[in-house]
Ligand binder design. Sequence first.
Ligand code: PGA
Length: 250
Amino acid sequence: MTNKYKYFVANWKMYGDKKSVNSLNKVIKISKISKFKRAKIIYCPPYTILGDFIKKLKNTNIKVGAQNCHFIDGEGPYTGFVSSKMIKQIGSQYVIVGHSEQRESGDTDIKINKKILSSLNNNLNVIFCVGENLKQKKKNLTKKILSYQIKKGLNKVKNYNKILIAYEPIWSIGTGRILSERELFKNIESIKLILKNVKKHIQFKILYGGSVNDKNIKFLSKIKNIDGFLIGGASQKPNKFIDIIKKSYI
Ligand code: PGA
C-alpha cells in the first residue's frame, strides 16, 4: 500500500471500563512512529469512559468520538440520552451516527438525518454508517438501500467536509463474513456515485466496517477505493488493533 491517509475508527460498543485507558499506551506509541503518522486513529468508547479517553489522548494525534447522540440539538427531557452538544462540550471530535445496532433499536433515516444535522451544528465530525442487511443483499437491493440511506441521511446537510461515510454490510458485523474484493469495490463505487449526485465537488472519505481483523486486513487494504476502517471487536485488543494499522501500511 499506499502512503495515503487512512482512518482507523475503534468502535468499542458496550465494552470497557476505567482501566481500559491503560490499553491505549501501546497505540499511542505506534501513532508517534513516522511510518504510521498517516493513520488517523479515532477511539469511540462508551459514554462512561469518554472523558477518561479524552484526558488520556490529549496531546496525542489520536482523536475521540462518541458512539451515538440524541437527535434533539441541545438539552431536553430525554431520560438516558446524550446530545451532540454535550458530546462536543466534553471534548469529543467525532460521533458515530446511524450504526445498524442503533437502527435496530429505533433509529429511522429521519432521526439519523436529525442527528447528523445536530452533530454538524455542534461542530462534530460525523461517521455516518450505511449498509444493507442479508435479506436486502439477497434480493439485489444493496444499491437501492445505500442510495436511500445516504440521500435521507444527508438531507439539508451543508458542511460535507465533516462527514465520513462508513459502509457496513449489516450481515458482516461481528460475523467474520466479508464481501469478495470485487463486490466490495463495486459497492464502494456505487456509494461514490450516489454521493456525487448529492454533492458533486466533495471527495468523500469512505470507510469499510464489518468483521475487520488482523487476518483479513491485508486483503482489505488492497481495495483501492477504501479510505479506512470502522473496527468493532478487533479494536478492543491493542495488539490486534496495532496489527491492523501496521498491516495496512505494508
Ligand atoms: P465488528 O463491528 O468489527 O465487530 O464486526 C464493526 C462495527 O459494528 O462497527
